[in-house]
Design a protein around this ligand. Structure first.
Ligand code: ATP
Length: 429
């Protein structure tokens, strides 16, 4: 028996991910029986173009969908295996295609079942996963603008095979599923047969353990959200920051959990356990003059007793070129500069060292370096701040200040309204 399909709320289109294997063939057939009229049912097949049999699989899924009268979308993807295993590369290409396809109100149903879940947990155990990883696959999660759904996750493989037999379904066998050089196949063909000889309920019990881990993770997230509310989170001009002294009131375990939570909010993966030691050093250092901690696509740095989470590109210095513009421009680091009140030609230059500046309203000019410190500009932005020139005269330093006489330097009447905005777009992270 298969479980009834309780279609997720607000689902308008149910799209079945159809590999042609038995699990997704059964899922499609079952969805055809169970899908209510107000939900449009269709299927998607991703052709990875890897196996010599790929064309034949595609023909078979086309035949199946035609016989069930279900519209099918087939997508060819190019799998780039540089720097990763074949399985992982194919998965990445497949999920990219899914993501691009999914609109709001779409649900992509995939055929993962209880045995897949138990294998996933065991594989993660072998990688030293924490609670989050041991929770294995969720039944539902966001994907692109829609949702990914695994309606058969609690269903044993035997039930799927029984259904396929009863309905006389036909499916394709991916020849690579037998290759035990792939870890998942090794676990499936060599490990589980041995485990289940001794513990016949092993698959089910392992998925119960995954459920416990999921619940524990949920609880940890709730605590982390409470802690997160106490550390003065701030969205910054670029990235975000929290207060270090408030963070350090918490135990180290809670600090780590909070950092994981923070990263999850920003859509980033948590650091590996070794990186937390480096983060601890960064947090315990007396002064801000600590090198940033770079972790792939993001990094941590500190300034004025705050811990910053930043895109790694901001922490790596780049030599930027001077550019000319009028009113608006996007700079090489993605930041946007807008000048209101002047339509003529302007130029952006960057700090070379030794510049002086004279903010409006002050009696004297001062070294730019001193002024940037006084204006508390974060150190990683000090070489990025656009210095705006008109006819070779400095008229503004980013959006920190306008220079004394900026309007007249631009040939405008004295006191003419002139303003600058400089910001990094949301989602730069
Ligand atoms: N090429 C593909 N096109 C569309 N959906 C896919 C594809 N490959 C996998 N999926 C979806 O993801 C689910 C899990 O994939 P996984 O790689 O574990 O299974 P599979 O062995 O390729 O296929 P199956 O589980 O259907 O036998 C599949 O059941 C299917 O719903």
């Amino acid at each position: 028996m298969l479980p009834p399909l309780n279609i997720p709320a607000n689902c308008k289109r149910l799209i079945v991910g159809l590999s042609g294997g038995v699990d997704s063939v059964v899922l499609l057939h079952w969805a055809k029986q169970q899908c209510p009229n107000f939900v449009t049912l269709s299927a998607i097949h991703i052709n990875h173009q890897l196996s010599p049999n790929a064309g034949q699989w595609q023909q078979q899924v086309e035949g199946l969908c035609a016989s069930l009268n279900i519209p099918l979308n087939t997508v060819n993807v190019a799998v780039n295996i540089a720097g990763q295993g074949l399985e992982q590369a194919a998965r990445q290409a497949r999920y990219q295609a899914f993501e691009q396809l999914l609109q709001a109100g779409d649900v992509l149903a995939v055929g993962h079942h209880q045995n897949d879940q138990a294998e996933t947990l065991l594989l993660r155990l072998m990688r030293g996963a924490g609670v989050q990883g041991l929770a294995a696959m969720p039944v539902e999660r966001p994907l692109g603008q829609g949702r990914l759904w695994r309606p058969l996750l609690q269903c044993p493989k035997t039930s799927i095979l029984n259904y396929a037999k009863q309905q006389a379904l036909q499916w394709v066998e991916d020849e690579s599923n037998a290759d035990t050089r792939f870890s998942r196949n090794f676990v499936r063909h060599q490990i589980f047969p041995v485990i289940t000889q001794h513990w016949p309920n092993a698959v089910e019990q392992i998925t119960v353990a995954a459920e416990h881990a999921r619940e524990a993770q949920h609880l940890l997230d709730e605590y982390a959200a409470l802690d997160f509310a106490s550390v003065g989170f701030r969205q910054e001009r670029c990235g975000s920051s929290i207060d270090i002294s408030a963070l350090r009131v918490l135990s180290w375990s809670r600090q780590k959990q909070l950092v994981r939570f923070w990263l999850k909010q920003e859509g980033e993966l948590a650091p590996q356990s070794g990186h937390f030691e480096e983060l601890q050093k960064l947090l315990q250092a007396q002064a801000d003059a600590q090198p940033a901690l770079l972790l792939g696509s993001y990094g941590f740095s500190r300034f004025k007793q705050r811990l910053y989470l930043l895109p790694v590109s901001i922490l790596q210095s780049v030599a930027a070129q001077a550019v000319s513009f009028k009113e608006h421009c996007v700079l090489s680091d993605g930041s946007e500069l807008r000048v209101a009140g002047f339509t003529g030609e302007l130029q952006v230059r960057y700090r070379q060292g030794g510049e002086r500046a004279h903010p409006a309203g002050r009696a004297h000019s001062q070294a730019l370096k001193k002024l940037l410190q006084e204006y508390r500009l974060e150190p990683w932005l000090r070489h990025r701040i656009p210095l705006i020139y008109c006819n070779n005269s400095l008229i503004a330093v980013g959006d920190l200040w306008l220079q004394c006489n900026a309007a007249s330097l631009c040939g405008l009447p004295e006191g003419a309204p002139l303003s600058v905005t400089w910001h990094f777009p949301q989602g730069a992270f």
